[in-house]
Design a binder for this molecule. Structure first.
Ligand code: SF4
Length: 280
């Protein structure tokens, strides 16, 4: 793992994050050792390494907490997405606690914060998360099948650990989203839909695989598309799953599901001026 001094920890939102209404992204790391086979971040310029090396390297911004301490006033009351090109709760976070340091710095300035992760480690920070008045924690739970999970994201945490973490976050009174994104093959559509409906997430998002021919979007990695074809999961299966989910609750699809938590009246209503130089 490489440790670097970064110039900035909050970057102006771009792409689907910006279109969703976020003003800032925050990435304590570059790269991600969960190394999911479908990850679009592998193809982004920030990654600076060939996509085939995705998951095998990690750069940590060792001054992330100090930067956040200094720069958090600039994002007060604004919509921040943590994280867009990495997972803020991947294994290195357990020891480095960069994400935790950022949260501690942000709490005083009350941004509208969305945390996006596959990492049950997020539950470690519930004490800090409870200090935010506008927050949603999105856990990615892309299938009901541990076997499928191991095929597509072998280094990411087991599904039941994610369910346990999101339950803990919910019990702490924090809004939660379940992101079935990208939607991997589902073993038992009806049972999975019932489980999600019983949990009653504040936001539920699905997203089918897609290939925009190498042009950047939230494109699906080739390795994952090959796996999907081998398993024989079709777009019609995805549609059947989403239709089943909709019998019980609202389902957002694709980027329409990635939007900030609601504004809180009386909390930093004035947008702070100025952008930071450079990118995170
Ligand atoms: S956890 Fe997220 S950022 Fe990390 S490899 Fe998987 S999809 Fe990409």
């Amino acid at each position: 793992m490489e440790l670097i001094e970064s110039k900035s920890i909050f970057s102006p939102a771009t792409g689907f994050i910006k279109r969703g209404g976020f003003e800032w992204t925050c990435n304590p790391y570059v790269g991600c050792t969960f190394g999911c086979s479908y990850c679009y971040a592998a193809f982004l310029p920030q990654s600076r390494r060939p996509p085939e090396e995705w998951g095998k390297w990690l750069t940590a911004k060792k001054n992330a907490a100090a930067l956040a301490e200094k720069q958090a006033p600039k994002v007060a009351g604004q919509a921040v997405y943590l994280s867009s090109v990495t997972d803020p709760y991947q294994p290195a976070e357990r020891g480095l606690m960069l994400t935790r340091g950022i949260l501690e710095a942000l709490a005083e300035h009350q941004p509208r914060l969305t945390i996006q992760t596959r990492g049950p480690l997020v539950a470690r920070d519930i004490d800090v998360l409870k200090q935010f008045r506008s927050l949603r924690v999105n856990l990615s739970i892309p299938t009901d099948s541990e076997r499928v999970r191991q095929q597509f994201e072998p280094k990411a945490p087991p599904l039941e650990k994610r369910w346990a973490a999101i339950q803990d976050v919910r019990e702490a009174g924090i809004a939660v989203g379940i992101c079935v994104t990208p939607t991997l093959p589902i073993e038992n559509v009806d049972a999975f839909a019932k489980r999600i409906a019983a949990f009653k997430p504040d936001v539920l998002v699905c997203q089918d695989f897609h290939d925009s021919g190498g042009g950047f979007g939230a494109d699906t990695g080739e390795e994952a598309r090959t796996l999907l074809a081998e398993i024989g999961w079709q777009p019609s299966d995805y549609r059947r799953f989403v239709d089943r989910l909709r019998q019980d609750q609202k389902v957002y699809e694709g980027e329409t599901g990635f939007f900030p938590p609601p504004k809180v009246e009386g909390l930093f209503p004035v947008k702070s001026p100025g952008l930071f130089d450079g990118v995170a």
